[in-house]
Design a binder for this molecule. Structure first.
Ligand code: MET
Ligand SMILES: [Zn+2]
Length: 795
């Protein structure tokens, strides 16, 4: 029977058991030779291609595999190697130096080298990070003599697999790049104005060469990724697409078909442009943006391939196969089976590898899930069933899968594990004043300060203290059952007490308990909330060889019991100084989990907010009067299209407010943000109305402060006085200077002194020295401002 072509946009390279991570890290540690690494990587690629073939996938990608990052690979492929790495000979040493920096002996001369890594950024709105290509204003590109993608294509062919090369398109490649000066030694100052797209004429001839090599090696379909087609267009982008694809078309080998591939957003606004490009197909993400199918059907020429991204590449739920099939069949009815592909919405890089290893997962919930491997099976079913107009003549096995899927979807929808009427009832009666503090900041802050009886320039930290080997080992032993609950608890109490005593000794004003009991700031809460499950092996790539294992929110979220009150109370019992309660905010819990696909993110966020609100109330009742609700991920939840920002910010800020607004005037709410530039969401940050915001600032420096100034941020703030990401101990002098700079922009009465993030990745000696310097800075500025404080003690 005829089937549609099934296509994978990319496969998780890391391996079922994170084999690639182990290989590469073993190589870095000197435990594996280069040959071991290359062999191991090749074997893993082969395994992944075979897996896809065995599951019946037609369009199997090559070029999606990488030893660090595929954008870095593209830069490397075209020899866009920044000057600072050029003394290192081309090869793995140079490649990894670009990805992660190199500190130590030069691979050939043995001299000392110290080059930092290239910058890393989030890949669109995923939690994967790519390496930002660096180009000079006079950048030249030369295709590598031995392109890895061509070699991989041949490897696949040797296994009898006619794979589909995946290439990052030239326009998107340049749009992801940043300019760092001329290729020469001198940096130019006008680079800010430089448009990387102006390098297109230099880059395109190299793409032509690459395509020729791919054709020569036997490729037919080439997936050319241009995700920026789905983003907001900036000046020159449309022209760049026309220039690029017209150029590539001129000498395009007759055997090649270019499939323009988009994901994460809708392309309906630029279909007029797309349909005129001389390519042979278009892939669209119908999970993120199902509505674009109509416009795409109208626009896409009849002789193109239309690839339907109907299986979610970045979440863990089973596809509703029957609904997806409806979409596929409608398309097939209109344009025939020949040129209609079924595909994953985006690369499966963002999915965990396989459910096979989840032996301890609750079977009811496991039945609702599909990881990358299971998604291959789903795709196969759609490819087979999509070719027939209805279910009548279907192969009984396929029909059975469709029926089982229908039942599984129905079971999930009605399961009482998912629906919790109590949560639904509570949500239904949330009113706008539950998302508003009773009293404006200007009236409540003085009350808080009077109650706290703290000096001017109060000092605090962001929450965590060093998670040393001992802490991690104790947790592991406890989890394995080698340490009793009592012994583990005793250990944590001793760590907490030591941390409190040290903070007292250093002279910090608002103390924290140190977060020793937490493995991760989301997982800790997830484990205590209903509606969350955890996987044993649900790893996804974060950057390089790093993986994360996001928890899964499967049902209505609520908090059966207090989560942090005992630890906060214990810590408070050790000291007369104020102890700050530490919570992770609703938006961050949402962002760093796999979320439900059966309700809007905003609803899940409100449920999380109610759970945190309960915790805030309990902390307050227990006498904790300073409570921090961390929202480091609020910025990264922003939609990719500007026009969607307001809607997100509205519900995200409301969720924070719902979690934080129930308290009395004298209870002080802190929040903390890090990991991004927040300048473009300042009005939203103001609307969050935290009494104090501690915010990462040490890298972006004055930019953030100017934004505070421009948008007139009115509440209190602690822009980080030093960067915790480095083991360096900042001097008093340095912190004095930074504080003096802050004072140019912020009123002295509203400034807090603190590091820019939690201290869990640092060692005790550097933490102690840094914090002693921080309190010395506080002392110095209290002296300088002594005459400004009129009513003693109440400032
Ligand atoms: C990524 S933000 C971290 C905040 C958390 N309270 C900590 O100190 O580790
Ligand atoms: Zn932080």
């Amino acid at each position: 029977m005829a089937t549609l072509q099934s296509s994978i946009i990319g496969f998780p390279r890391i391996g079922a058991q994170r084999e690639l991570k182990k290989l590469i890290e073993g190589f870095w540690a000197g435990k594996q030779t280069e040959a071991d690494l290359l062999h191991g990587a090749q074997a893993l690629r082969a395994k992944h291609w075979q897996l896809q073939r065995d599951r019946g996938i037609d369009q199997i990608p090559v070029g999606d595999f990488s030893l660090y990052d595929t954008v870095l690979d593209t830069a490397y492929l075209f020899n866009a190697v920044p000057q600072r790495y050029q003394t290192i000979p081309r090869g793995l040493a140079q490649y990894f130096a670009m990805g992660r920096g190199l500190q130590g002996a030069h691979p050939t001369t043995g001299d000392k080298v110290d080059v930092p890594a290239m910058e890393m950024k989030k890949w669109f709105d995923t939690n994967y990070h790519f390496i930002v290509p660096e180009v000079a204003t006079d950048q030249t590109f030369t295709l590598s003599d031995d392109p890895a993608i061509v070699a991989h294509l041949r490897e696949a062919q040797a296994l009898g697999i006619a794979a589909k090369p995946v290439v990052l398109g030239p326009v998107s490649f340049l749009l992801l790049s940043k300019v760092t000066g001329t290729g020469g030694a001198t940096a130019v100052s006008s680079t800010a104005e430089f448009d990387c797209l102006s390098l297109l004429p230099r880059l395109l001839p190299e793409y032509v060469k690459l395509l020729a090599l791919l054709a020569e090696a036997g490729a037919t379909n080439v997936q050319i990724d241009e995700p920026f087609l789905g983003m907001d267009f900036t000046v020159g982008m449309a022209e760049a697409y026309r220039t690029a694809y017209d150029y590539l078309a001129v000498d395009l080998p007759a055997s090649l078909r270019l499939i323009l591939t988009t994901y994460f957003e809708r392309v309906n606004n630029c279909l007029d442009l797309i349909k005129r490009l001389p390519v042979h197909g278009l892939h669209i993400d119908l999970v993120r943006s199902p509505d674009q199918i109509k416009a795409a059907l109208d626009a896409v020429p009849a002789d193109w391939i239309l690839s339907l991204g109907v299986i979610n590449g970045r979440n863990i739920w089973k596809t509703d196969l029957n609904s997806a099939l409806d979409v596929v069949r409608k398309v097939v009815a209109q344009r025939g089976p020949e040129r209609t592909w079924v595909a994953t919405s985006c690369s499966l890089l963002h999915s965990p590898f396989s459910l096979e290893f989840e032996t301890t997962l609750d079977p009811e919930i496991k039945d609702w899930l599909a990881f990358a491997t299971e998604k291959l099976d789903e795709l196969r079913v759609l490819a087979v069933a999509g070719a027939s107009a209805d279910n009548a003549g279907l192969d009984p096995q396929v029909a059975a899968v469709l029926e089982a899927n229908r039942q599984s979807q129905a079971a999930r929808r009605s399961s009482n594990r998912v629906v919790n009427p109590l949560v639904q009832d509570r949500l239904a009666v949330v009113t706008p004043d539950m998302c508003r503090r009773a009293t404006p900041f200007n009236d409540r802050y003085p009350q808080q300060r009077a109650a706290q009886r703290l000096p001017l320039f109060p000092t605090t930290t962001i929450g965590s203290f060093p998670q040393t080997k001992e802490v991690r080992q104790a947790r592991l032993k406890f989890k394995r059952g080698d340490l009793t609950a009592e012994a583990y608890d005793d250990f944590l109490r001793r760590e907490t007490e030591r941390c409190v005593r040290l903070q007292e000794d250093i002279g910090l004003d608002v103390l924290v308990h140190g977060e020793f009991e937490r493995n991760d700031m989301v997982e800790y809460f997830g484990e205590k909330l209903r509606g969350y499950v955890f996987t044993a092996n649900g790893w996804v790539s974060s950057y390089g060889t790093r993986c994360v294992k996001p928890p899964i929110i499967y049902g209505d979220v609520d908090r059966p019991n207090p989560m942090t009150v005992d630890w906060s109370l214990y810590a408070q019992s050790l000291t007369p100084k104020p102890m700050k309660g530490m919570l992770t905010g609703p938006v961050t819990c949402l962002q760093w989990s796999f979320v439900r696909d059966d309700q809007a993110r905003s609803v899940t966020a409100s449920q999380l907010a109610l759970a945190i609100r309960d915790e805030v109330n309990d902390l307050e009742k227990a006498g904790i009067r300073t409570i921090q609700i961390d929202e480091p991920a609020i910025r990264e939840g922003l939609p990719l299209r500007r026009s969607d920002w307001d809607d997100y910010l509205e519900w995200a800020v409301d969720a924070f407010l719902l979690s934080s607004s129930s308290v009395q005037d004298i209870t002080q709410i802190h929040t903390h943000m890090c990991y991004s530039d927040f300048n473009d969401i300042f009005p939203a940050i103001q609307r969050m109305d935290a009494d104090v915001i501690t915010i990462e600032n040490s890298r972006s420096d004055l930019k953030l402060l100017r934004a505070f100034d421009r948008y007139g941020y009115h509440n209190a703030s602690g822009p980080g006085l030093y960067d915790i990401h480095s083991p360096r101990v900042p001097s008093v002098q340095e912190m004095n200077e930074r504080l003096a700079a802050l004072l140019e922009y912020l009123p002295y009465q509203l400034i807090w002194l603190n590091p820019d993030c939690g201290l869990k990745t640092r060692g005790w000696p550097e933490v102690e020295s840094s914090l002693r310097n921080l309190t010395a800075t506080a002392a110095e500025f209290r002296r300088r401002y002594a005459d400004k404080v009129t009513d003693a003690g109440s400032q």
